[in-house]
Design a protein around this ligand. Structure first.
Ligand code: HEM
Length: 451
């Protein structure tokens, strides 16, 4: 029997590819929600510029996809990986990907995250020093600044001159990167005055700063004692007798920054947006924040990540041979869209799924295949523990320092920011400082230098 006869695809929308592409670009969440309602947990859709794809919903299909071998489903062929470069884990597959994960996993291990808590608290306090009192303001800009500084310090180990240089150059690079991911063709380097050319110049400058940073690390006699993630990566290279690859290390640092900055900031913004609209949750959180209790806060964070996932979809693509899924036989080249949002909102796994209810995670860990804000399997988010720790400490710092006002304003809609979905008004909040004696504000210069 020929390979073609072995292929079978699930039903799906029969629109022309270009119409599907327009829907994908303009309103992908709404379109995919409608299609899942119409066709069930799996449907086929052909999208111009993206290719033939199936979208999947629910724990069972995700278990199958997330546990498939790395030589059957690839993930490395994507616009983000191509934009970030060959040194980025996003552009790797199979052995190369596994080796990179082996190198990056230990620094991101859950237990290690405790060593960054003081830094996160310090940076949160530093940002909150300038928050207005009794005046509504969008919190997301603050969260973006905090999460950027935390990554630059905890991951890059940047301080002083390199820290200021990176803080200045990252926002324009992010804008260039977002445009490139949206349209690779438009953003090619057509000369130094073209948008692509300017982007390439920014990237060259970024790599120059990283080269200085790596050289500084390598000449640090205390390199082995350093706890920033760049130092841990360099120590692994040195221990395993590998020459340090400056370009690839820079690309991986940029990858971690892209993956971890806007996502965590937007998730923090959604936390504020959700809890200010649920006074009973806010009250309980506020009481707990002023004690050592963290179980309820972690349950709130898990529920926010479920009901407002900032990455709506992730993907794989069938490599080399047909892949059997739910009785269908998907040919090589088919994209598999893991629909995070639809799975998190699946009422079979989450009763009253559209009800914000942190209690569902009290005394209970979220399920691996029906709660998937961090994706799953061997490509599951490497920074999940980092992001949860960061959200926990920023939220605790905020509630120790301020009274956060509840609101009866309508829920904020969502806005796509290039990589993540954020609250459309930036998570507007109003705070009032608490009495200094109650704040538990533990900021000290020693903690500022903790990393
Ligand atoms: C709330 C915040 C975050 C969310 C919602 C999030 C979500 C995700 C998702 C959905 C994926 C794709 C997983 C898959 O395809 O199965 C991913 C991958 C990744 N994330 Fe995160 N992320 C967050 C924060 C972070 C942070 C803080 C870091 C690092 C500091 C990070 C580093 C990475 C890396 C390196 C990958 C690629 C893993 C691989 O390909 O093997 N993320 N993330």
């Amino acid at each position: 029997m020929s390979a073609a006869a072995d292929i079978s695809l699930p039903p799906g929308p029969r629109n022309p590819k270009r119409v599907n592409a327009a829907l994908f670009l303009a309103a992908r969440n709404r379109a995919f929600h409608r299609w899942h309602q119409q066709y069930g947990d799996i449907f086929f859709v052909d999208i111009a510029g993206f290719g033939p794809a199936v979208s999947i919903r629910g724990a069972e299909l995700h278990r199958k996809v997330f546990t498939a071998k790395g030589n059957i489903l690839h993930a490395g062929d994507n616009a983000l990986g191509r934009t970030l470069g060959e040194g980025s884990i996003f552009s790797m597959d199979e052995e190369e990907h596994l080796a990179e994960r082996r190198k990056l996993l230990p620094p991101f291990h859950g237990e290690r995250m405790r060593s960054y808590e003081n830094l996160v608290e310090f940076e949160a306090n530093r940002e909150m020093d300038s928050w207005p009192s009794n005046e509504p303001f969008p919190t997301i800009k603050s969260f973006n600044r905090v999460t950027l500084r935390i990554i630059l310090r905890a991951v890059f180990g940047a301080e002083g001159r390199e820290l200021s240089q990176l803080e200045e150059i990252i926002p324009p690079i992010t804008r260039y990167g977002q445009m490139r991911v949206a349209s690779e063709r438009l953003m090619r380097d057509y000369g130094r005055h073209s948008p692509g050319g300017r982007g390439e110049a920014l990237m060259a400058r970024f790599h120059e700063i990283i080269r200085n940073l790596i050289d500084k690390h390598l000449s640090d006699p205390d390199l082995e004692e350093r706890i920033d993630i760049l130092a841990l990566m360099l120590n692994t290279d040195l221990k395993e007798g590998r020459a340090v690859d400056y370009q690839a290390t820079g690309e991986e640092l940029m990858t971690i920054l892209v993956a971890g900055h806007e996502t965590t900031a937007s998730s923090l913004a959604w936390t504020i947006e959700r809890v200010t609209r649920h006074p009973e949750v806010l009250d309980r959180l506020t009481v707990d924040a002023r004690t050592d209790e963290s179980e309820y806060r972690l349950a709130v964070i898990n529920e926010v990540l479920r009901i407002r996932p900032v990455i709506g979809m992730t993907g794989r693509s069938v490599f080399a041979e047909n892949f059997e899924l739910d009785g269908w036989k998907l040919p090589a080249g088919t994209r598999v869209i893991c629909n995070i949002r639809e799975t998190n909102m699946d009422s079979n796994a989450h009763p009253e799924a559209d009800h914000f209810n942190p209690d569902r995670y009290l005394g209970k860990k979220p399920d691996t295949y029906s709660w998937i804000p961090f994706g799953g399997g061997m490509r599951r988010c490497l920074g999940a523990a980092f992001a949860q720790m960061e959200m926990d400490i920023v939220l605790r710092t905020l509630l120790r320092r301020f009274d956060l006002a509840a609101t009866n304003r309508l829920a904020e809609g969502e806005k796509f920011k290039g990589l993540a979905y954020a609250p459309s008004k930036g998570a507007v909040a109003m705070v009032r400082p608490r009495q200094e004696a109650d704040t538990g504000n533990t900021r000290t210069p020693v903690q500022a230098a903790a990393i």
